[in-house]
Design a protein around this ligand. Structure first.
Ligand SMILES: O=C(CO)COP(=O)(O)O
Length: 271
């Protein structure tokens, strides 16, 4: 991904931080300010990279105010959205509301939503479509649990999720899509899938997207890896041909660590 010879040069690397249910709106602003200060000291190290954060819903208005007021070069998004536009859906958040708050992205189908909230691929397909309807780009999360990995059926499992979740999208929509491969066994465990595991799955995902949407569209879709990404392992993961970014959980709560992940290319230069 970091050279012009691998065909992936045109895909802007996306370094995304999923804060999960951490950081209230006051803590969230402090975290984002510290991140912005750290990054502004080293702007030249990450000028080619897009940075995004996914705070809790209650933080989004404050994040919007800070990003706009200080003209921060940081995108932000919601961690979930409703498949519906508005109405009697207590506790849910419409994509329309996210759009109004300036969200560029929204996570769809994170494994914690799939398991804790039993979100099915049918629901996730509707959520992906709802995101496009409201002008927010979905970051679709797919990936297998430990038992499936041990059984060796992880590629087919993940592609089955992918096919169901992107069913019915137009090529124009698909070209904007971001897919995050997050093996559940590597989330928050310290177990990181090896760069070759990330590449194996991302190559399979891109091949499947080529079958569905054609080679040109698939070549535009950014594929992220997520699962125990840290500053000391990010460069090797992002050196893989089909891996175009990372979705970071725990390490995104530490502004210095996350800034070092954003500056992954400077690790490549110094390593
Ligand atoms: O779930 C993740 C990001 O969405 C990964 O979390 P960790 O980086 O904490 O393993």
């Amino acid at each position: 991904m970091t050279t012009s010879t691998n065909g992936a040069f045109d895909r802007t690397p996306l370094i995304a931080g999923n804060w999960k249910m951490n950081m209230d709106h006051v803590q969230g602003i402090t975290l984002l300010q510290k991140l912005a200060w750290t990054l502004s000291d080293a702007k030249h190290d990450y000028s080619r990279v897009e940075v995004a954060v996914f705070p809790p819903f209650t933080d989004l208005r404050g994040v919007q105010t800070l990003v706009q007021g200080d003209e921060l070069d940081v995108a932000y998004g919601g961690q979930d959205l409703s498949q519906f536009d508005s109405g009697a859906y207590t506790g849910d958040i419409s994509g329309q509301f996210l759009n109004k708050l300036g969200c560029r992205y929204v996570l769809v189908g994170h494994s914690e939503r799939r398991t804790i909230h039993n979100e099915s691929d049918d629901v996730l397909n509707a959520k992906v479509k709802a995101a496009y309807k409201h002008g927010v780009t979905p970051v679709l999360c797919v990936g297998e649990g430990l038992e499936i990995r041990q059984a060796g059926t992880h590629v087919e499992h993940t592609l089955t999720q992918l096919r169901a979740d992107v069913a019915g999208l137009t090529s124009e929509q698909a070209a904007e899509l971001v897919v995050a491969y997050e093996p559940v066994w590597a989330i928050g465990t310290g177990e990181v899938a090896g760069p070759e595991d990330a590449q194996e799955m991302c190559a399979a995902i891109r091949a499947e997207l080529s079958t569905i949407f054609g080679d040109d569209v698939a070549a535009k879709i950014r594929l992220l890896y997520g699962g125990s990404v840290k500053a000391n392992n990010v460069a090797a993961i992002l050196d893989e041909r089909d891996v175009d970014g990372v979705l970071v959980g725990g390490a995104s709560l530490d502004p210095a660590e996350f800034a070092n992940i954003v500056r992954f290319e400077s690790h490549l230069l110094t390593d």
